[in-house]
Design a protein around this ligand. Sequence first.
Ligand SMILES: *[C@@H]1O[C@H](CO)[C@@H](O)[C@H](O)[C@H]1NC(C)=O
Ligand SMILES: *[C@@H]1O[C@H](CO)[C@@H](O)[C@H](O)[C@H]1NC(C)=O
Ligand SMILES: *[C@@H]1O[C@H](CO)[C@@H](O)[C@H](O)[C@H]1NC(C)=O
Length: 365
Amino acid sequence: MLGIRPKLPPSCLGVARAHLLLQVTLTNLMSHACACAGSLPVLVPPCTTSRLTLSWKKGRSNTSPDEEDQLLERLRPHSNLHELCIDGHGGSTCPTWLGKNLLTKGLEALCLDSVAWKHLPPLGELYVIGQSVEERESGEEFSSCITGPCFRNLKRLELIGLPRLRRWVANEVCPWYFSLIEVLIVKDCPELTELPFSSYTSCYPLETDSCVTWFPRLNELKIEDCRNLLSLPPIPYSDALCSVTLTRVGRGLEELRYSSKTYHSLSIEGNGDMHSLDETVLAFHNLTQLQILCIKNCPPLAEKHLQMLTMLETLEINGSSNLFLPLARSDTIWQLPVTSLKLWRCNFSGKEVTCLLTHLPELLA
Ligand SMILES: *[C@@H]1O[C@H](CO)[C@@H](O)[C@H](O)[C@H]1NC(C)=O
Ligand SMILES: *[C@@H]1O[C@H](CO)[C@@H](O)[C@H](O)[C@H]1NC(C)=O
Ligand SMILES: *[C@@H]1O[C@H](CO)[C@@H](O)[C@H](O)[C@H]1NC(C)=O
């Protein structure tokens, strides 16, 4: 399959920008390594919306890093490429056309899957850990920053199965790295401790002015299996965010799902290590439209937060030792329009339940 040179549709030549999705997928690249002796640019016609996937077989034991680096270096795509996915590459670094001589500046979607590169594409300040067992054990991290040209139009970024990725740090040198991203997916990065959300966690309680909104246009955030990841933003931290799934990440989160698409709903499950369910985890001031809230194995909510959920219709709590933590002086009157309340495996006193019910008048009506 290597060496595909897509045929230009005749109409393409004259049309400024055909709405044609051209997809080139090169798979099992190593088994064709010999085909790469010469230079092998993958020519993608400039007038199409183009997607290129360069895929190596995953989990191979017989990687040859140098050859694979050379091969990838030669697979220089056209500078007009819109979507790029590199997966399973066994080399040790990012090709120059995706790094310091960034060719694909207009890329709109980038997916890196199962690569253990020491340099990553220019996405700001990134740090990786070493490859060898000794280096890993020493815990030392190395800067993987590439400076120079950066992506101007990146809207979707997927970082999957990157065993060396340790930190992606917020810095303001090149803010547009973040300003356009709408979809961010991060999966299976066991060493990852930091994403550029740390300003939210470090400047709490927040005066918004002093906090930069990283990823202001982010509308879909999915993070899975990053157990050491601690820098997570309070959900939902912006208006734009409408779908969030966090699964098995740090700070004691087994799963958090938030959606504002049809119903405003949020479900959160702790794994026993969550210390508190406060405004560093949930942006309560942004949850005034929330209709459904399901809480499982989490510490109790504070009364001052619960009373902010002024549109709440369904409340489910599974496994908790307290219903909510009452205010020290509770003379404010607050009521929620809850019409469905479900409690499982809870250890509340009758007094607590009675107290909660006084705030949920619809249930008694
Ligand atoms: C959420 O809060 C941030 C500030 O913390 C604000 O900029 C944003 O507009 C709020 N969004 C909603 C939906 O209230
Ligand atoms: C409550 O949690 C327990 C333990 O995880 C689970 O077995 C049960 O199905 C949950 N109940 C509901 C209604 O979700
Ligand atoms: C339930 O609450 C009572 C009284 O607060 C306490 O003595 C008991 O240990 C709790 N049980 C569990 C399983 O948490």
